[in-house]
Design a protein around this ligand. Structure first.
Ligand SMILES: [Zn+2]
Length: 84
C-alpha cells in the first residue's frame, strides 16, 4: 500500500489545528497522541493522501469515526457544543 503520510504533512496539520483534535477539540499531549485521519476514507476509491484530505484527530475519534462521513461525524460534535 502506498498510503504513507509524510511527517511534514502531519506536522503541518497539527500546527493548523492548534494541536487539537479536529472533532472533539481535545488538546494533544503525550497521553493523547494525535492520529492522522482521512476525510475521504482510505478504503474509498477517490481517497488521497493529499494534505487536503487529512486531519489530525485523537485516536478515540479516529476509532469512533470508522467509515462514517467526515462532515457528518464532525457535525455530530458541533451539536454537542451547542448544548453547553
Ligand atoms: Zn477527538
Amino acid at each position: 500500500m502506498g498510503h504513507r503520510i509524510s511527517l511534514a504533512n502531519s506536522f503541518k496539520l497539527l500546527c493548523w489545528q492548534d494541536y487539537t483534535c479536529e472533532y472533539c477539540k481535545t488538546q494533544f499531549d503525550y497521553e493523547n497522541l494525535p492520529t492522522i485521519d482521512h476525510k475521504i476514507p482510505i478504503t474509498a476509491e477517490n481517497s488521497t493522501n493529499h494534505i487536503s484530505n487529512l486531519v489530525a484527530s485523537c485516536s478515540e475519534c479516529n476509532f469512533k469515526k470508522g467509515d462514517q462521513d467526515y462532515e457528518e461525524f464532525k457535525n455530530s460534535f458541533k451539536t454537542n457544543e451547542n448544548k453547553r
